[in-house]
Design a protein around this ligand. Structure first.
Ligand SMILES: [Zn+2]
Length: 403
């Protein structure tokens, strides 16, 4: 038994007037969904069989949205407003953070669920969350997160990053991270090995040592700039090659990529592309955003995440990854039909207009339905997500689930 999702529109090609891309063609289709897969895609028509039928109401079908950088354990959503406390450095910020979180009246589980629900309203069906793992918290945050995620089985995919927020070396987190990787964390994280740990080689060696032991990809926060940043970036590149960890290393934030200039810039950006080291950004507005569009021109994989959403680090954020995407396009002055369409890849990992349809028979039935005429409008105008499907099931509907 399967079910039909009828009358959804899928983009097929660009409309061109000479060289000017003036729009996107769409076609109304019906999808037959069996278990977690789309087994048939056909032109929209009247279907007279006994299978369940869902009316897609002519909405645009787009790939499921991915949140690539958040912190389930840090969210204070649901707690009455309080401003962040002053902290002259990242060390004071994270030192104050743990007692602040532990004294909240709302459990980690409730705060995390509030964040998840906000993101799901915007079509998110994949989360990558960093979770603090270090001697100050041990496995506690990770275990609470894993327990809470059990309530969401079948609702979205999730990757958890064992995150030594207090420094791999500075807080002596190696053993805790190792335990986390053995007990449910999927990736190994890190933060500023040069500035925070004070020993780039040793810190990153420990990171790669654990990554290779557990066959875990790496996703490391690097805020370092100038020569400190370069030292970290070059060591990370060297170890990626030595460990053959191509396509398994991501750098979150990567502010310091701005500091590469001239020939060094060209060579390093090309190395990032060649080694398939990806960049994840929260699209900050405070002047440190890396040259993400330039990196994409080199073929570097770039994706986005909300990162802070009302936590001990930042009073801002609303849990809408689509706002970050629209902001991205605005910052990098992407205003054309094809430019905006391509941007959607930053939060879906897929190109929606190309040689063939982005959705093929046999693909996983994970997608959203949007009240939008095309990908470009969806990106620029942050059109409403009307429904979200994950592995064949409706997991969000704006009519029923909007809070
Ligand atoms: Zn982060």
């Amino acid at each position: 038994m399967g079910k039909w999702l009828q009358n959804v529109r899928i983009e097929t090609a660009y409309i061109k007037k000479g060289d000017f891309v003036s729009g996107t063609k769409t076609q109304a289709v019906d999808l037959f969904i069996e278990e977690d897969k789309v087994s048939k895609i056909q032109k929209h028509q009247t279907i007279d069989d006994s299978n369940e039928k869902i009316d897609g109401q002519g909405y645009l079908i787009l790939p499921g949205i991915q949140e690539k950088h958040c912190h389930f354990d840090k969210s204070k959503l649901g707690v009455p407003w309080e401003p962040i406390t002053p902290a002259p450095s990242i060390i004071e910020r994270f030192t104050n953070e743990i007692p602040q979180l532990n004294s909240l009246n709302l459990s980690l589980s409730e705060r995390m669920k509030n964040l998840i629900e906000k993101e799901r309203q915007h079509g998110v069906s994949f989360f990558r969350s960093h979770i603090d793992v270090h001697p100050k918290v041990g496995q506690s945050f990770l275990q609470q997160t894993i327990e809470t995620l059990k309530e969401y089985q079948g609702k979205f995919a999730c990757q958890l990053v064992a995150f030594p927020q207090h420094g791999m070396l500075l807080s002596n987190a190696y053993q805790d991270i190792k335990t986390a990787l053995a007990n449910g964390a999927d990736l190994i994280g890190g933060v500023d090995p040069t500035v925070l740990d004070g020993d780039t080689e040793k810190s990153l060696n420990q990171t790669f040592d654990l990554a290779t032991q557990f066959n875990a990809p790496i996703d490391i926060h690097i805020h370092e700039q100038g020569e400190d940043g370069k030292k970290t970036f070059y060591e990370l590149l060297k170890l990626t090659k030595e460990s053959k960890w191509q396509n398994k290393v991501a750098i979150s934030h990567a502010f310091g990529l701005n500091d590469f200039i001239g020939k060094e810039r060209k060579e390093f950006f090309q190395e990032l592309a060649d080694q398939q080291i990806s960049i994840i950004s929260s699209v900050p507005l405070d002047g440190v955003i890396p040259p993400l569009e330039e990196l994409r021109q080199y073929g570097v994989n770039v994706s986005l995440g909300c990162d802070n959403v009302y936590d001990s680090w930042s009073p801002f954020g609303n849990g809408n990854i689509l706002e970050k995407l629209s902001r991205y396009a605005e910052i990098f002055k992407i205003t054309t039909q094809d430019g905006l369409t391509d941007c959607l890849e930053l939060v879906t990992g897929k190109k929606t207009v190309g040689e063939k349809l982005w959705l093929q028979e046999g693909d996983e039935a994970t997608f959203i339905l949007a009240d939008s005429s095309c990908s470009a409008e969806f990106v620029a105008r942050q059109s409403e997500v009307c429904a979200s499907f994950y592995q064949g099931n409706t997991v969000f509907s704006s009519q029923n689930d909007r809070r």
